[in-house]
Design a protein around this ligand. Structure first.
Ligand SMILES: C[S@@+](CC[C@H](N)C(=O)[O-])C[C@H]1O[C@@H](n2cnc3c(N)ncnc32)[C@H](O)[C@@H]1O
Length: 533
């Protein structure tokens, strides 16, 4: 049995002197990231420069994520460009980065069995390098030799020679077992099928597993937890949307370039063919990357009928997107508004995100939209009433785990307290400016019951004048036949959430191939109906 490697990387040479003294600071303590610590007494110029560029790019992204709270999906493209990686290496760097980040919790459990002390005692760059090594060893088709040697080379080049022996020893221990054997070992202490066991097997925090399980049950999908957890760990496909009535017809050329038309929603396609930025219409903003779930909901709101609607004509209507940044749904809503003679106000408080909204809308005729850079809770200041309102609320994002590989480990249950208060306040603000006869879509990219069902129950309690419409019907009428079928099937499956859950739409990655978007449709009865009651 191999010995547990010492996490300070120390080794004694033949004379018994401790090598790698550069790992210690003047007080003889292990230095921490950010305290000016050096990993090697060698000057950078003396360090090995043979690290593989794709692995180095992945390492830099992991460092930015753990050191600066950066988002991997934003940092990675820049690192790939900086390293001028070709398509194959870019693919390798992407798989390595996303895989190591997604499975971080599980990999840390494995690593903690291979190191002589708590992982919190390791220097952060070393831990990041180890995570990359573990992912190559256990989840990529990289040979043990290459995974270990390349990670050690990376450590030498990016951190210093000091910890390279330690990293080598830890990774050799990891390589003694397969992923299946490790998962069996680390989850063996947990009750089979428990949330804790599933969390380790599928690399999700246990509290997230619990929330997903609860939401699946609420929507009649209690048996699908493992499928969902598996889908969360797969790379999402790229979805495209053609902005209707804007510029040239762009979907056709995307289909010619290999995209497949969506069978769920009109104007949408799935693209598996590489650099989406090169498709005609993408640079012009006429063809955009957008999850089909988001498109579907935006179209459902734009076309929603109410019990008192006699005329589906939306011409002259005012629409509001209360939380619009970065502008994905706003762009589609604005294009639909322009096509049908309505106007959209897109509101976003964060200045840089408000700029992104303006950019996203720029392909749509300017008379159809405007942007307000302000807090949604003060929207009443606009002194307007809106016929269709979208509240795509700030949320935990637990429905978009495929896209943001680090987010599951960054989020905390405590985040819910702050977010749910904000969601409640935004809902109240939206209801306050909803015109009689109008509809309000409450949307989250989280299926967490506290952000979804509970918010809807509470807003109905606070505003008894509101009616809850069946969101499945709105989705079905905005769908292609297969989408409508999927909605009807889902509507029939609602189960344990009480009476209102049957009217709430919850999309799922494993079932719909979309993010796990939630959609509730609220209606403020018109004056006529109020007087009649
Ligand atoms: C889920 S995102 C919206 C995504 C957007 N609808 C899209 O499809 O691109 C939530 C947005 O709400 C914004 N937000 C945060 N606090 C807000 C507030 N008090 N009022 C309005 N929007 C807010 C965030 O900045 C973020 O851009």
């Amino acid at each position: 049995m191999s010995q547990t490697p010492h996490s300070d990387g120390s080794r004694r040479n033949a004379k018994g002197r401790e090598r790698n003294r550069g790992q210690r600071n003047q007080q003889g303590e292990r230095g921490r990231q950010g305290q000016g610590r050096r990993y090697s007494q060698k000057a950078p110029s003396q360090r090995s420069r043979r690290a593989d560029p794709a692995r180095t790019a992945a390492f830099k992204v992991l460092r930015a994520v753990s050191r600066d709270d950066a988002y991997a999906n934003l940092v990675l493209p820049a690192e790939i460009r900086r390293a001028t990686l070709d398509r194959r290496d870019a693919g390798f760097a992407t798989e390595l980065t996303y895989g190591a980040l997604r499975a971080q919790g599980t990999y840390d459990s494995i690593l903690s069995r291979c190191v002589d002390r708590g992982l919190d005692q390791l220097d952060a760059p070393i831990l990041d390098a180890l995570r990359l090594g573990v992912h190559q060893l256990l989840a990529m088709r990289v040979t043990t030799h290459a995974a270990v040697n390349e990670t050690v080379g990376l450590v030498r080049a990016e951190i210093g020679a000091g910890p390279s022996g330690f990293v080598n020893a830890v990774l050799r221990r990891v390589s003694e077992k397969s992923m299946e054997q490790w998962v069996e070992e680390i989850s063996g202490a947990e009750e089979a099928g428990s949330d804790a066991a599933l969390a380790l097997q599928h690399a999700h925090p246990a509290w997230v597993v619990r929330a997903l399980k609860q939401s699946l049950k609420m929507h009649g999908r209690g048996e699908e937890l493992q499928e969902l957890l598996t889908a969360d760990n797969a790379s999402p496909e790229v979805h495209l949307v053609e902005l209707p009535g804007v510029g040239q017809k762009r979907l056709a050329s995307a289909l010619e370039a290999g995209a497949a038309a969506s069978h769920l929603v009109e104007g949408a396609a799935v693209f598996r063919g590489g650099d989406v930025g090169r498709l005609p219409g993408v640079p012009e903003g006429e063809l955009r990357v957008q999850d089909i779930g988001s498109q579907w909901i935006a179209r459902a709101l734009a076309g929603a009928w109410t019990p008192e609607t006699t005329d589906p004509d939306v011409a002259g209507e005012r629409w509001l997107d209360l939380c619009a940044g970065p502008g994905g749904k706003a762009a589609l809503l604005a294009a639909l508004a322009a096509e049908h003679g309505a106007t959209l106000l897109a509101n976003e408080p964060a200045a840089h995100r408000a700029e992104l909204v303006t950019k996203a809308l720029s392909a749509v005729p300017a008379e159809a939209w405007s942007v307000r850079a302000g807090d949604g809770r003060s929207i009443a200041e606009t002194s307007e009433r809106y016929d269709r309102i979208l509240i795509d609320a700030p949320c935990t994002g637990l429905g978009a785990l495929r896209r943001r590989p680090e987010s599951r480990w960054r989020r905390r249950p405590a985040d819910l307290a702050e977010l749910t208060v904000l969601q409640e306040e935004l809902l109240d603000a939206g209801v306050g400016v909803l015109a009689p006869g109008g509809v309000l879509a409450y949307v989250t990219c989280s299926p967490h019951p506290a952000e979804t069902l509970v918010q809807v129950e509470d807003v109905l309690r606070r505003h008894p004048e509101l009616q809850l419409l069946d969101a499945h019907e709105a989705m079905a009428s905005a769908s292609l036949p297969a989408g409508a079928e999927a909605m009807e099937a889902t509507a029939g499956q609602e189960a344990e959430g009480g009476s209102i859950s049957s009217k709430l739409v919850q999309l799922w990655p494993h079932a719909h191939g979309t993010d796990a978007m939630f959609f509730a449709l609220l209606h403020k009865p018109g004056r006529l109906q109020v007087q009649e009651q």
